[in-house]
Design a protein around this ligand. Structure first.
Ligand code: ADP
Length: 556
């Protein structure tokens, strides 16, 4: 075989265990802050591999996690794929119906779940949807009251050998999996092969990516159920860095405490998280950020003011863009060498607030409405198409989505991102719009189409359109525009619709406002025109000053 071995995760684990046995992994858990070394990590990961073998679930099967960021979750990150199984991280914030669909669609055979999420999973549990699941394992040393049989993690791995003969796994073997929200219909599964995770790790470890090395202390605040915490547990291991995991639902005080106590150098998360930290510090809490070198901000656009705020404290914001389909990192916004001398500080921040430069390995093109590639002039815009070794070329069991979201052309298959961008002369992409009809609130998707359908199911509603409105804390929030049936009491309708949605969806999905209108404006082809809707209602107190022109999706 050319090259000797396949491109898999196993050598990363091997290297960290052997070369950095004393480097620490620190974790805030349900039981307090725990710490151990890569050496112990290796032992426990081997035990977990043995425990999974003992369940009889063979390699090639999917094993799910329903967990926050902590060391036990990290143990599954290597034990599952390195035994040839597939790590499927489930987002516990999703509506129950989505969780049922995902578990059934993926045929998960084992589920690892957090004690603090046990109630959520127990609520979503459905015998038919969870039929393939043979084993539930609770991440701790006790089992809370749940509607399924479960064992606790420490008993599960106890007694298994602390060494394991890791098999040779083919690089094309699926190693990971994550679902992303569809504009319409059910969530779409994205599989990551060993090779995709290997190449993503190698590319993002370097200075043109996330720039992680063995003197770093890395704390991913971005949840491990979000595209493997942007791949950071793998990248940090490959680099031999110290890991810090902030545990279940960390608040700004938890994050600040860990940065100080563990001397974190690199951290990562969506803008909402950092806004929380800013407010915490502005409220008078004294936080020492001196160890921190960089904050990777992605998932939604990093606001300029946030970049400047961190600059003032000697911390560099590395603004990153990516997608679940891309394992997930595509671009990082850093100044190219030489640019710093040519640009004023203002101009530098302009560049860094863009989504940035593709990391080495990724190619892109920007296609306008006429199917032509746009010039790199920072003005012409179009949909971003992308390809690369860690970018998926298909959705799991979803042929119709494959037709829509990928483009076959000479030289390969491109992912159509649904992001509308410009590219400047230096190659920096900037997202100016989104062609997909979804709302991203605090880094999590809300399907506007699903909410519209749910609202229109109410007898007294004839039409409903849900739009994302820019919001300082959450980046976007849903607002519903509703056409009531004749003779409906407006006051009652709002209460009824809100109650109805609350039965089906988590609180954070519920529209912030329900505006009653006479008619939803339509496009020439009869579709809801959300652009016109925004324009028409821009003077409503609610939307006033909050909807910049460029934020309105152009759905004509
Ligand atoms: P993730 O949240 O991990 O980036 P998702 O697949 O959930 O992955 O979301 C991807 C989408 O999020 C992108 O297509 C884009 O619309 C948006 N997004 C991601 N990063 C940024 C960013 N830095 N700026 C603006 N939008 C972003």
């Amino acid at each position: 075989m050319p090259g000797g071995t396949d491109q898999t995760l196993r050598p990363f684990l091997w290297r960290a265990e052997r070369m950095y046995p004393d480097t620490e992994i620190v974790s805030r858990t349900h039981e307090g802050v725990e710490r151990y070394t890569y050496e112990e990590y290796g032992d426990r990961t081997a035990q977990l591999a043995g425990a999974m073998d003992a369940t009889g679930v063979p390699e090639g099967e999917r094993v799910a996690t329903f967990c926050w960021n902590h060391h036990r979750h990290f143990e599954t990150y290597f034990a599952i794929p390195t035994t040839g199984r597939q790590l499927h991280t489930i987002n516990p914030l999703l509506p129950d119906e989505h969780i049922q669909y995902i578990v059934q669609n993926a045929d998960d055979r084992i589920i690892f779940l957090d004690p603090s999420l046990a109630e959520k999973l127990s609520g979503a549990y459905d015998e038919a949807a969870f039929e393939a699941v043979e084993q539930f394992v609770v991440m701790g040393s006790e089992v809370p009251d749940v509607r399924f049989d479960a064992v606790d993690y420490e008993s599960f791995i106890d007694g298994h050998d602390t060494s394991y003969d890791w098999p040779t796994v083919d690089e094309e073997t699926p190693a990971g999996m994550c679902y992303t929200s569809g504009t319409t219909g059910k969530p779409k599964g994205v599989e990551y092969t060993q090779k995709m995770l290997w190449s993503h790790t190698m590319a993002t470890m370097g200075p043109q990516g996330l720039d992680i090395s063995d003197d770093d202390v890395v704390m991913p605040v971005v949840p491990m159920f979000h595209v493997n915490a942007w791949g950071m547990p793998f990248t940090s291991t490959a680099a031999g860095a110290k890991h810090v995991y902030p545990g279940p639902s960390p608040d700004p005080a938890d994050i600040a405490g860990l940065i100080e106590d563990e001397e974190v150098t690199v951290t990562a998360g969506v803008p909402t998280v950092w806004l929380g930290l800013q407010e915490y510090i502005q409220a008078g809490n004294d936080v020492d950020l001196s160890s921190l070198e960089s904050v990777i901000i992605g998932g939604s656009a990093a606001p300029r003011a946030m970049i400047e705020w961190f600059d003032d404290r000697g911390v560099t914001v590395d603004h990153a863009w990516g997608m679940t389909e891309m394992s997930p990192i595509g671009s990082v916004s850093r100044l190219k060498s030489g640019l710093a001398e040519d640009l004023s500080y203002e101009e530098q921040v302009d560049k860094r607030a863009k989504q940035g430069l593709m990391v080495p390995g990724v190619e892109f093109k920007v296609i306008d409405d006429d199917g032509e590639e746009v010039p790199w002039n920072g003005e012409d815009f179009g949909e971003l198409h992308i390809r690369g070794p860690w970018i998926t070329t298909e959705y799991f069991k979803r042929p119709e989505a494959n037709e829509e979201d990928f483009e076959e052309s000479e030289g390969g298959r491109w992912l159509k991102t649904g992001d509308v961008v410009t590219v400047d002369e230096d190659g920096y992409i900037k997202i100016v719009d989104r062609a997909k009809d979804v709302i991203k609130s605090g880094g999590e998707w809300i399907s506007s189409v699903e909410l519209e359908n749910a609202i229109m199911a109410h007898d007294d509603v004839t039409e409903a359109a849900v739009v994302g409105v820019p919001h300082e804390r959450w980046q976007e929030r849903p607002v519903a525009f509703v056409v009531p049936a004749e003779g409906t009491d407006p006051g009652e309708l709002e209460a009824e619709v809100t109650e109805m949605l609350g039965e089906e969806y988590p609180k954070w999905w519920l529209p912030d406002d329900l505006v009653q209108i006479d008619e939803v404006p339509k496009t020439a082809t009869g579709k809801f025109s959300k652009k016109d809707l925004r324009e028409e209602y821009a003077d409503e107190a609610l939307l006033e000053g909050q909807v910049p022109e460029e934020a309105a999706p152009d759905d004509d």
